[in-house]
Design a protein around this ligand. Structure first.
Ligand SMILES: Nc1ncnc2c1ncn2[C@@H]1O[C@H](COP(=O)(O)OP(=O)(O)OP(=O)(O)O)[C@@H](O)[C@H]1O
Ligand SMILES: [Mg+2]
Length: 248
């Protein structure tokens, strides 16, 4: 069943149509990659889905509800969560504290004073369990600013997962990471998401990562969705080869 569906989703900036009548759906548990040249409209599409931008026209249905102009925060609370190209981490907190702050956001800070102490322990445990699952638990008492960039990217994903997403959107999860470390990050993400019901939508420029980790690929160019299919179908498409893979 589709957790998210868009119908003729469009965003214009003045004369420019950055996202042009895009119909797109993603099912629970699916891992979908979005590719496209610079300026294709990938980030704008994500900004529309997550509520950063209001669409010019069209519709977004998430988890059975039309989103309208609901803001980023309420979309995140209903399970449409985005992680960032640049990790949105508080550098002076430890990874555990960062994940706990995401848990607090999820819970809407609405615990009564009497339950808060137990709950403090519960959130600490939940946060360190999550970090352990992703292989960065040994740094849990180091300030986030001192951990390697690749681990920050993973921490950022852990913070998103702590929000208990139904759909997690990742804008270039391995950007800025050395090539040899990209696979480590993607392997850790895959081993988590393979067994979860979370749908994952990730923007990626690296076609080898797309071929390896996406179950389905959507290619965009000049605001439009040009093809949507298996990685093999999309990566071998002539327009994709010419416009996105830079082959003549
Ligand atoms: N806030 C904005 N105001 C005006 N134009 C914008 C805005 N955001 C994006 N654009 C324009 O919309 C088009 C699509 O941009 P977008 O950032 O979505 O591309 P992208 O596919 O994410 O590219 P990249 O691979 O470089 O990240 C570009 O022409 C861009 O200049
Ligand atoms: Mg972008």
């Amino acid at each position: 069943m589709a957790v998210l569906q868009t119908r003729e989703l469009t965003k214009t900036f003045g004369e420019l149509t950055a996202v042009d009548s895009v119909d797109f759906a993603i099912d629970s548990g699916e891992i979908v990659g979005i590719i496209g040249p610079n300026g294709a409209g990938k980030t704008t599409l994500v900004n529309l889905l997550t509520g950063v931008f209001e669409s010019t026209s069209g519709e977004i249905v998430f988890d059975g509800r039309t989103l309208g102009d609901s803001p980023v925060y309420s979309r995140a609370q209903s399970g449409l969560v985005r992680s960032f190209q640049i990790p949105q981490i508080c550098d002076d907190l430890t990874p555990v504290e960062n994940v706990r702050s995401a848990i607090l956001t999820r819970e809407g800070y609405n615990k009564s004073l009497f339950t808060v102490l137990d709950w403090e322990d519960d959130t600490r445990l939940e946060a360190s369990d999550l970090l352990e699952e992703f292989g960065i638990v040994d740094q849990q008492e180091t300030r986030a600013k001192a951990i390697p960039h690749g681990d920050k990217k993973i921490l950022d994903v852990c913070m998103s997962i702590a929000m208990r997403p139904k759909l997690l959107v990742l804008d270039e999860p391995t950007s800025g990471v050395a090539t040899e470390n990209k696979y480590t990050i993607m392997e850790r993400l895959r081993s988590y998401f393979e067994t979860s019901e979370v749908a994952v939508l990730f923007i990626e420029h690296d076609m080898e990562l797309i071929a390896e980790y996406a179950e389905r690929v959507v290619a965009m160019d000049r605001g439009r969705k040009i093809i949507d299919g298996t990685p093999e179908e999309v990566l071998e498409d002539e327009t994709v080869k010419r416009r996105i893979r830079g082959e003549e």
